[in-house]
Structure formats: C-alpha cells, structure tokens
Design a protein around this ligand. Sequence first.
Ligand SMILES: C[S@@+](CC[C@H](N)C(=O)[O-])C[C@H]1O[C@@H](n2cnc3c(N)ncnc32)[C@H](O)[C@@H]1O
Length: 245
Amino acid sequence: MTLRTRRQKLKDYFKKYLPSPLRYLYWLVKVLRVKIILWIPRYNEDTIITAHYPYFLEDEKFQRAYESAKYLELGKPIHWRLHTLCWAASKCESLDGAFVECGVARGLCSKMILEYTNTKKSYFLLDKWDGLEKYVGRYVDFAEIEETFSQYPNVNLIKGTIPETLKYVKTDKIAFIHMDLNSAEPEMAAINYFWDKLVPNAIIVLDDYGHPGFEEQRYAWDRFALDKNVKILCLPTGQGLIIKS
Ligand SMILES: C[S@@+](CC[C@H](N)C(=O)[O-])C[C@H]1O[C@@H](n2cnc3c(N)ncnc32)[C@H](O)[C@@H]1O
C-alpha cells in the first residue's frame, strides 16, 4: 500500500466514524460546560478559592454592616470570616450573657458584629492597644479606638495585657467570645478564666485555629477541647468554632 492510499484510508475512516467538527465542538461544550459551571471560582479571598456560592454577600444587612466597618480592616478583606462571626453572634443574641472579644486591634470584627446584630448586650473588648503598628503600618492612638466605639454605650474597652485584664470583665454570664490574640498563652489564660461563665449553647469563635503558622494555638485549643470534652468545628476560613453544651 502506497503512502497516498494509506492517507486516503485514514481520511475516510475519520469522515465515517468521527462527528463533523461542528458537532464535535457542540458536544465538547455541552459536556464541559456542566463541569466548568461547577468549578468556576465564586469566592477568592483570604486564601480561600471556592466554587461554592458566598450567598451571605447578597444579604443587605451584611452589606450595610460591612460598609460601616470596612475602614477598620487590617489588611485584605475577610468577608467569609466576618460571616461566621455575624452568624455566631446572632445565634448567641437570644442567650443570657455578654459578648467578649479578646484581640480587637482597630475593631473590624466587633464593629461588624455590633452593626449586624444591633446587640444591646454588654460587649467587652480586650486588647493591649500598644500601638498596633505591626498590623496597621502606622501608630494607632487609643483615642481612635475610643472614637470608633463611642456610639455604643454597651461596649466596654479594657486596655492592657491579658491575663492581667481578665478580672475587669465584670460579668458572671458570657454568651459569645471571639478569640483573636494570635498567641496560645493568653488565649488559654482567657478561656480558662471564662469557661465556667459561658452559658449553655454559648459560642466561641477562634480566629486562627486552622491558619498555617499558628499551629501552637491549634495544639493548645485541641488539648483544651479534649480536656473539656468538646469538639472544635474546623472551618475552611481557618476559624474554629466551639459550642459549649
Ligand atoms: C489579629 S489582631 C486582632 C484583630 C481584630 N480581631 C480585628 O477585628 O481586626 C490581634 C490583637 O491581639 C492583641 N494582643 C495580642 N496579645 C495580647 C495580650 N496578651 N493581651 C491583650 N491583647 C493582646 C494585639 O494587640 C492585636 O491587636
């Protein structure tokens, strides 16, 4: 068989058994489209890329709260973490007890929760507030923090180093804690101090639980959870969530 006839045979074969280029293209789009739609990233922020829908971004209450708090961001946006916090704080709104945040910085998370929940509960905010240059890139005066929270009569700013300041959280009942100190030791001191004050179904959100580079905190929280016989929900945001039963 000559080379020419062999080529012709191949051409005939393709003509006979393969669909026309247009039909082939149509088939390709039809099959792949389903997969492409499933895999298109719908959220890409804060080291999370996912095809899952961030429906909370469509919530007008969430949008309004974020608009009023976003100027307090320390770096890039963290919408999904804020969504976790708003959800958890809202759940705890019906419980008896105060709200607490350990590690406040400029106050993004607390302001977001205050705006989203419109809570009138006592809200204790604890931080060293010793400059914050590391996070903000400039000196932050405590007066700025006072100004941010001056419109909320239920907020108590407790300035100083944890654990020394824990005794100034004057409440016997706590419904919600956001723990964001980026350090295992003060976080453990705080949770050991607050644990018995947490009411049933109170929620603790751990900001750094699953974040790479914060393993020391995760080990400490895992040991704590084991000791208290509670389970930590590990979220794709890097947060951990505990419900006290
Ligand atoms: C990541 S920032 C908190 C971010 C904050 N949750 C927000 O909404 O932007 C961590 C904060 O923890 C504070 N901090 C760390 N160790 C502390 C300690 N032992 N006592 C009090 N504050 C501490 C730092 O001053 C810093 O403002």
